[in-house]
Design a protein around this ligand. Structure first.
Ligand SMILES: [Fe+2]
Ligand SMILES: [Fe+2]
Length: 438
């Protein structure tokens, strides 16, 4: 057995002894003495460093075989505390030994600061390095992309605001900006679907119509991408979704007398507006006109019995319904995303085209991104990625097991955590804004 594996083995027995016996117990003393001796032998030539790589411990470039007792327990203990390398200096004393054993027995959690814990116990001859260096970079990159995506969303809102103002004033409308924006969203969606679906959880309080159109576009494009539509088709589909309610801009939102007219007339008005524009693509006009038509012949506007709405209109209708259910007008009770999906599936064949309803449910998953969920350990988080298995998504944990808001939320791979989702919570009942956590 090498010196390095002897150190790990005696570290494991000391840790076990510390868990079983009080400090004065002979077995504890014995284990600590053995640890001091093995470290002293192993550091005779200088610092001894153990590195953890993909679950295995290494000394220099040689792997420490985990058939010796305690080796795997120590690699697991280090990994759980995000320790990537552990160094023993030759001046390793009893105080260092006790501190190290003690800290390796603390319950691992994202808040555990191993370096600080060692220091506060007076350890001076233990050197730790953390896996976090790489994590830090990843986190910075994620923050950078998140900021970029938020900026894209803000630009979309202002493009839509300008467009709506032009429509309201009856001015010539330029759709160039909107088309470009759709292209940018599409590009991000094809590289990072989860990030873009995270954006769709943003709720506009004051200008809810603008936010609604953008979110419907995101959900429609997600459906289109799931179906494998070519990019050209997706661009047309995205623009159609973004403009589906453009007719609403022609009505005065501040006039309650116009609310009914707007609700009933906006498809026809929207189609008229779009048909007056020099737009080669006729899909946006058709979608504006048809997006409230139900497949069973109900809905509006009235039409002959054999009228078949454009596939894009049927797709937008599903995404529109999901957005309306999860994020209704201010003051109206909203459904959780999973229940909205259930509702859409329930309406398949009457209101919705069954194929699109099912594909939409498939593309969003059992727990759609943005679902606020409680886990078996009572912690609460937001679904941030669908993951491999529909029942075990990736959760961004934001409240700990005691219900306290975490200072540093962390990402939990549910599949590997041994935890399960026990319920989906309404975001308003927790008074939190899901989009702030994605
Ligand atoms: Fe509409
Ligand atoms: Fe709509």
């Amino acid at each position: 057995m090498s010196n390095a594996s002897r150190v790990v083995t005696s570290l494991a027995s000391s840790r076990k002894a510390a868990q079983l016996y009080p400090a004065q117990h002979p077995s504890y003393r014995e284990a600590m003495d053995a640890l001091l001796n093995t470290v002293s032998d192993a550091t005779a030539m200088g610092v001894l460093t153990l590195n953890l790589h993909e679950g295995h411990l290494y000394h220099e470039s040689a792997v420490i075989a985990d058939d010796a007792p305690g080796i795997s327990a120590i690699s697991e203990a280090l990994e759980a505390r995000r320790v990537e390398s552990l160094g023993f200096k030759p001046e390793f004393t009893e105080r260092d030994a006790i501190a190290l054993v003690d800290v390796l027995s603390l319950r691992p959690s994202p808040d555990l600061d191993v370096e600080h814990e060692l220091e506060s116990r007076g350890a001076t001859a233990v050197i730790v390095q953390f896996i976090e260096d790489e994590d830090e970079e990843e986190r910075e990159e994620r923050d950078r992309l998140r900021a970029q995506d938020r900026a894209l969303y803000t630009r979309l809102v202002s493009t839509m605001r300008t467009l709506s103002e032009q429509v309201a004033q009856g001015a010539t409308t330029d759709l160039g900006g909107a088309g470009e924006m759709v292209g940018s969203v599409l590009e991000r969606l094809l590289t990072d679907k989860s990030a873009v679906l995270g954006l769709a959880t943003i709720r506009g309080r004051d200008e809810s119509d603008l936010f609604h159109s953008i979110n419907v576009m995101i959900y429609t494009l997600t459906l289109g991408a799931t179906m494998g539509l070519p990019e050209e088709g997706l661009a047309s589909l995205g623009l159609s979704a973004l403009l589906h309610d453009i007719g609403k801009a022609a009505f005065d939102h501040n006039d309650p007398g116009q609310a009914d007219a707007m609700r009933v007339m906006h498809p026809t008005t929207g189609a008229e507006i779009l048909s007056s524009l020099p737009l080669e693509d006729t899909a946006p006009m058709l979608v504006a006109y048809e997006h409230h038509m139900h497949v069973d012949g109900s809905g509006s506007p009235d039409r002959p019995a054999d009228y078949v709405p454009h596939p894009f209109s049927r797709m937008v209708a599903v995404a529109d319904r999901f957005t309306e259910l999860t994020n209704p007008a201010p003051g109206v009770y909203g459904e959780t995303p999973d229940r909205a999906i259930a509702q859409i599936l329930h309406e398949a064949g009457t209101r919705h085209d069954p194929m699109y309803a099912r594909l939409f449910a498939k593309s969003l998953g059992v727990f759609p991104i943005g679902c606020l969920v409680r886990l078996t350990d009572m912690s609460v988080g937001v679904v941030s990625d669908n993951g491999e298995d529909p029942l075990t998504p990736v959760i961004r944990v934001v409240y700990d097991t005691a219900g306290l808001e975490l200072e540093e939320p962390f990402e939990l791979q549910l599949a590997e955590s041994g935890l399960r989702i026990i319920e989906v919570i309404e975001q308003d009942s927790l008074n939190t804004e899901v989009s702030d956590h994605l």
